[in-house]
Each structure stands twice: as structure tokens, then as C-alpha cells.
Design a protein around this ligand. Structure first.
Ligand code: GTP
Ligand code: MG
Length: 203
């Protein structure tokens, strides 16, 4: 393993319907999670520089199952998870999503960090704050990754993060690491790759 943050190779490994089907936990792994349509698959593609690696769609609910991607020939895994909080899916499939991802998140021994993606245009969402509380209770390390920064004007850019922090600090003593990104412009991708390269060293 090396501290070189560059991504030279990225390849789809498999989709798993259940945590027990995931590839062996023999290397560091990072899970991309967040509400439907927040930009998880797009950000994975921007990070690795391949627009067609993870399937994206303007229609929420595109990603199903747990999708593993091998990075740099066996060095680490990225995992693309289905979005949560999508109102149009049935209650039973929502419950199933929740059970599967909770089992995955609490049981995956090589999971280094959860990347919780948040749409920078939205007010803090209850479902995200509750999910963070759940991760806290379960001792899961996470970072916040704000998405779609290219959609904000200058004033919105200055204001969205302090507003979000004010809301979050009602519930937390301090902020987790925060990254601000755009899959359109590539903003924030180098910083995220750097974070992952450093965290890989802890495996
Ligand atoms: P699910 O798989 O349905 O949970 O969605 P997802 O979180 O994987 O979102 P996806 O990457 O499919 O992106 C959803 C939509 O947002 C697509 O139309 C993307 O083109 C758009 N999008 C994602 N990231 C960005 C971004 O940084 N900037 C802009 N302008 N659009 C984005
Ligand atoms: Mg997706």
C-alpha cells in the first residue's frame, strides 16, 4: 500500500444482495451512502475518472444492491450503495434496504469509513441526521461529503456549510471531517482521494 492518492485502475467486481455475498474483507473499504439522487454513483465516477463505471441516473433509485469496485489492482474497495429516503419505493423494499445496509455497515470488518453524501442545496434533512445518530451509536466512523457544489451561487456557497454545522452541532459535540465536491467540475475529488490514501494506511 502507498500514500500515493492517485487512482490508476478501477473495475467493477460484483453486486451483492446480501452482506454475506460481498467479496472477502481483505483490504480497506469505503462505502458511499446517502439519499437517492444525491450523486453517489456520479462521485465515484468522478473520483476514479471514468464516467461509465458506476451507473447514474436522473431518476432516483438507480443503484440497487451493494456494488463493489476494485481500485488500483487490489489495493482497496469502493462500495456504491442504493440511496435511502426515496419516497416512491414501497415500504417493504425500504425496510429491506434498511436491514441489508445496517447489516452490511455494522458487520463489515474492513469498512474504514462511511462517506455520507449530502446535497449541498438542501436544508439539513431529518433522515440524514438520524442516520448520523445511528452511526454514532454503532461506533461507525464517517465523513460528510457535500455534493453538487457547481449548482450553488457564490452566496449560497458561503452560507450552506455554517448553516449545516449549526444544525448538526445541536446533536454533536464536534463536526466530522467535511468535504465539498462537484462531480461536474471535479472539485474536492483530490482531497477525498488524499483522505482515502491516508486512511488506507490504518488498515
Ligand atoms: P441512486 O443510485 O438513485 O441512489 O442515486 P445516486 O446518489 O447514485 O445519484 P447519481 O450519481 O445517479 O446522480 C443523480 C443525478 O444527479 C444525475 O442526474 C447526475 O447527473 C446528477 N449529479 C450528480 N452529481 C452531480 C454534481 O456534482 N453536479 C451536478 N450538476 N449534477 C450532479
Ligand atoms: Mg447510484
Amino acid at each position: 500500500m502507498s500514500l500515493d492518492p492517485s487512482i490508476k485502475q478501477a473495475e467493477f467486481v460484483k453486486s451483492s444482495a446480501h452482506p454475506s455475498e460481498c467479496p472477502p474483507p481483505d483490504r480497506p473499504e469505503y462505502a458511499f451512502i446517502g439519499r437517492s439522487n444525491v450523486g453517489k454513483s456520479s462521485l465515484i465516477n468522478a473520483l476514479v475518472g471514468n464516467k461509465s463505471l458506476a451507473k447514474t441516473s436522473g431518476r432516483p433509485g438507480k443503484t440497487q444492491l451493494l456494488n463493489h469496485f476494485d481500485i488500483n489492482d487490489g489495493a482497496w474497495y469502493l462500495v456504491d450503495l442504493p440511496g435511502f429516503g426515496y419516497a416512491k419505493v414501497s415500504k417493504s423494499s425500504r425496510v429491506k434496504w434498511q436491514r441489508t445496509s445496517e447489516q452490511y455497515l455494522t458487520g463489515r470488518e474492513n469498512l474504514m469509513c462511511v462517506m455520507l453524501l449530502i446535497d449541498s442545496r438542501l436544508e439539513p434533512q431529518k433522515v440524514d441526521l438520524e442516520f448520523m445518530a445511528w452511526m454514532g451509536e454503532n461506533g461507525l466512523p464517517f465523513v460528510l461529503v457535500f455534493t453538487k457544489l457547481d449548482k450553488l451561487n457564490k452566496t449560497e456557497r458561503e452560507e450552506f456549510l455554517p448553516r449545516y454545522e449549526a444544525e448538526m452541532l445541536k446533536q454533536w459535540h464536534k463536526m466530522p471531517p467535511v468535504y465539498v465536491t462537484s462531480s461536474e467540475t471535479g472539485e474536492g475529488c483530490a482531497e477525498l482521494r488524499q483522505f482515502i490514501a491516508q486512511t488506507n494506511e490504518l488498515f
